[in-house]
Write a protein that binds this ligand. Structure first.
Ligand code: PHE
Ligand code: CO
Length: 270
């Protein structure tokens, strides 16, 4: 009820019953058998790719979740998560405004969209749905370094709002949380949620010779534009979640000030 109707106008979820923090009840009993079956098909397709393309932390975590058969109950997952890293899932109608989003993260609550895509969107969907949000994002919340990084990202987001720096910080989210790659003993692997939930881009990001794979570089990321309508031209590869957390721990205030008026790099810049 307290959510902003203008914000919801262009989005597909039902924001009418959302609380002021944009949370809703998951109302798991409303999912149809067809939706559970579609979720299961999505899960099965991605599961075939995971051993070859996902980072080990993600693979280890999904095994704990018992989430292959049907759309998971968020409250059961939250119980497991809370005892491991202090995180929980909150159900939301879809995308939410920056401040609400950062505030959830800064309180170790990960917003997960309640609705599932339509069958004709099996391969591609514009807005995040429960499959993307759950399968892509939730497993890594079991990793202590990743979990801490995302919590600090939330705090940093609230700070970036005060500093008018959200655009720069959002690029960091994009190139890590959504489309990040990591080095592993087996070679480069994916951890970004946009990759983990995509049948096409997951293999592409790791195997295809065309995109650039640059070592993680905070300043470069904050100055690199991105495309939301196609596979990425550039990926950034971290050494480990511990390194990601360490490299982003310093206060960004001075960095924002220094780079805000510098030119940006195009997504496909060499
Ligand atoms: N160190 C950042 C700041 O001072 C906060 C942050 C941490 C942002 C981790 C993103 C990721 O703003
Ligand atoms: Co996402």
């Amino acid at each position: 009820m307290g959510s902003d109707p203008d914000f919801a106008a262009k989005l597909r979820g039902n924001y009418d019953e959302a609380a002021p923090d944009y949370s809703v009840e998951q109302r798991w009993e409303r999912y149809t058998p067809e939706e559970h079956a579609l979720y299961r098909r999505l899960f099965e397709r991605q599961s075939k790719l995971v051993p070859r393309y996902a980072c080990p932390e993600w693979i280890e975590a999904i095994a704990r979740l018992d989430a292959a058969r049907e759309i998971p109950r968020f409250d059961l997952i939250s119980q497991k998560l809370k005892s491991r890293t202090g995180w929980e899932i909150v159900a939301v109608p879809g995308l939410i405004p920056d401040e609400a989003f950062f505030t959830h993260l800064a309180n170790r609550r990960f917003p997960v969209t309640v609705w599932l895509r339509k069958p004709e969107e099996f391969d591609y969907i514009v807005e995040p749905d429960v499959f993307h949000d759950f399968f892509g994002h939730v497993p890594l919340l079991f990793d202590p370094f990743y979990a801490e990084y995302l919590y600090e990202y939330g705090q940093g987001g609230l700070k970036a709002m005060r500093l008018d720096a959200v655009k720069m910080l959002a690029r960091l989210y994009w190139y890590t949380i959504e489309f990040g790659l990591t080095h592993t003993p087996q070679g480069v692997r994916a951890y970004g949620a946009g990759l983990m939930s995509s049948g096409g881009e997951l293999p592409y990001s790791v195997d295809d010779p065309r995109p650039r794979r640059r070592p993680f570089d905070l300043e470069r990321i904050m100055r690199t534009e991105y495309r939301i309508d196609r596979y990425q031209d550039t990926y950034f590869v971290i050494a480990s979640f511990e390194q990601l957390r360490r490299d982003t721990a310093p206060d960004f205030t001075a960095l924002y000030g220094r780079i805000r008026n510098q030119p940006t790099f195009a997504a496909d810049s060499p």
